[in-house]
Design a protein around this ligand. Sequence first.
Ligand code: AMP
Length: 209
Amino acid sequence: MKLVFFGAPGAGKGTIAKILFDEKKIVHISTGDLFREAIKNMTELGQKVSSILEKGELVPDELTIALVEERTKKPDCAKGYILDGFPRTMVQAERWEEIDPIDTAVYFDIDDELVRKRLSGRRMCPKCGAIYNIFFSQPKKEGLCDNDGETLFIRKDDGLETINNRLSVYHGQTEPLLGFYKNLNKEIAIDASVSADESYKQIKGKLGL
Ligand code: AMP
C-alpha cells in the first residue's frame, strides 16, 4: 500500500505514520526527517538545505524528488510506504504520479490556530523521536522523554515566525494537492483536530486496515 499523508504542518502526520509503522509495519518516509538527519550529519545535502529549513521554506523540487526516489528504491519499501510531508507542491505530486503512482492520499484537515498551538508546544526526543506537547501531552517528567529519559528539544522551525511562514507556504503550495488527488479519486479526508488515537481510528476505518 502506497500512501501519502498531507496537510498542514503539525496536523499529526508524523505521529500517525509512526503508529502505523509500529502496528502494521508500513515503512514511514518523512522528507522532513531525512533533511534533518542530513543536517545533523553535516552531509552535502544537509549543508544545502539547512538554511531553507530554518526559514520554513521549501527545498527545491528536483532535490526532494530525487531524495524520495532513492529512499523508496530500498528493499524495505517493496510492499509500500507512507510518504509524510511529500509531495508538498503540485510539481512534486504530478511527478510522483509518473514515477510511482500512489494508492491513497490522506488529507489531514485542521485549522491554523490549532496548528500554531501544536507546533509551538511541540517537544521531541533526540534519541527515539517520540513527540510530546506542553499543552496537550506532557511527558511524565518535565523536559524528559518517557521512553529513555533523554532531554527533549524544540525543533528550530517551531518558533512562531517560522510557523507562520510554514503555514503560508502550506496554503499557497500544498493545499492545491487536495483538488489534484480528488480529481484522481485518490483522496480521503480525516478530521485531524482530534487526538492522535482518534485520527488513527479514522484512518484505519477509511483504509480498511
Ligand atoms: P516537516 O518535518 O515535514 O514539517 O518538514 C520540515 C521542513 O523540511 C519543511 O519546512 C521544508 O523546509 C522541508 N521539506 C520537507 N518536505 C519537503 C518537501 N516535500 N518539499 C520541500 N521541502 C520539504
